[in-house]
Design a protein around this ligand. Structure first.
Ligand code: ATP
Ligand code: MG
Ligand code: FE
Length: 334
């Protein structure tokens, strides 16, 4: 079964052709990062306009690369939310036109579920149930996946998302957008014990997260250093900040896995590209005999292949949208 998938929730225009939910025939990603970088973040109106310009050529490119035509496609998958309303609309209206014109089924996909499903592409034998840590630019969820489409939401951030914290701290350090990959890189040379930033664990049994206090602690540290005219070692700030985020993410993920007798922890979302997070998870996983899974870097951040995988598994479980499908900018995972 061939799925053509479209992703336009934020600042990547992407189209993919996926076979049976796991095999990528093409996954074209056109990033607008260079355009938004000069504004320090994504400008919604510019994002929408860029999606309109790119979408048709990118669909054609995805078909060409997969060596298939429109008539070979069996299913259309498209991101329904969460994301920027104007950006999502471009993907949804294009997808609906295709489904109508080709007279094939369409499925609206939850973008966050897409991030999880990226793992099914990477790991061909991976099956639920598992514990999953979803850490993206706008969301931080700790979930227990019971099946391909059933998720129990156990914890979430009460303020900033993990990726958002990386981006905001990077901005305070004068680093370009998006900050996550740069902080990741600087952390490899910095001293992660140089500054003792707070680890916010919340109530003893809580699986929720909070990163805004940590972000404020970094800002205060930078302001104080500046006022005193002291030198700021940017690598040390990056490494110490990153470690404070990772300690909490890793701790809560393993606590949930143990509580649920889960022998697999899956990482998903842009922050799953973080080398520090991957290594720390794997090290702890070895000790606790829990296997760690994450997608390759390109499948961690936004792409249409993951949306195609999610569409396929939802379709297999009997779900289907219709042409009344509309965007839901604040769509929750459950
Ligand atoms: P959402 O998926 O929540 O709607 P999004 O689609 O904007 O948000 P993603 O594409 O999942 O987010 O990921 C982008 C985020 O991942 C950014 O915040 C970015 O800084 C972060 N990120 C990317 N690579 C790394 C890395 N190596 N280390 C840490 N963070 C990273
Ligand atoms: Mg993006
Ligand atoms: Fe995303």
């Amino acid at each position: 079964m061939l799925t053509l998938a479209i992703e336009t929730s934020c600042d990547e225009t992407s189209c993919a052709v996926i076979k049976n939910g796991r095999e990528v025939l093409s996954n074209i990603i056109s990033s607008q990062i260079d355009i938004h970088r000069k504004f320090g973040g994504v400008v919604p109106e510019i994002a929408s306009r860029k999606h309109i310009e790119s979408i048709n050529p990118i669909i054609q490119e995805a078909l060409d690369k997969a060596n298939v035509g429109f008539n070979d496609i069996d299913l259309i998958g498209v991101t329904q939310g969460p994301g920027l309303v104007g950006a999502l609309l471009i993907g949804i209206s294009t997808a609906k036109s295709l489904a109508y014109g080709l007279d094939i089924p369409i499925i609206g996909v939850n973008h966050i579920e897409g991030h999880v499903c990226a793992n099914y592409i990477e790991h061909k034998d991976l099956e639920p149930p598992f514990t999953c840590l979803i850490v993206s630019g706008g969301h931080t969820y700790l979930v227990q996946a019971n099946s391909y489409t059933n998720y129990e939401l156990i914890g979430r951030t009460r303020d900033d998302a993990a990726g958002e914290a990386f981006d905001k701290v990077a901005r305070a350090l004068g680093l370009p957008y998006p900050g996550g990959p740069i902080i990741d890189k600087l952390s490899t040379t910095g001293n992660k014990e140089a500054i003792d930033f707070p680890r916010v664990l919340l109530e003893p049994k809580s699986y929720d997260f909070s990163f805004s206090g940590l972000k404020t602690a970094v800002l205060n540290y930078l302001n104080q250093k500046e006022q005193k005219g002291e030198e700021i070692i940017i690598e040390d700030v990056a490494a110490s900040f990153q470690q404070a985020v990772l300690d909490v993410l890793v701790d809560k993920s393993f606590r949930l896995a143990r509580e649920r007798n889960s022998n697999k922890i899956i990482l998903a979302g842009g922050v799953a590209a973080n080398q520090g997070l991957r290594s720390m998870m794997e090290e702890r996983g070895k000790k606790e005999k829990i296997e760690i899974f994450y997608p390759s870097r390109i499948l961690c951040t936004d792409n249409a292949a993951m949306i195609g995988a999610a569409a396929y598994f939802n379709y297999k479980e009997g779900k289907e949208s219709d042409l009344y499908l509309n965007v839901i900018p604040n769509l929750d995972l459950i």
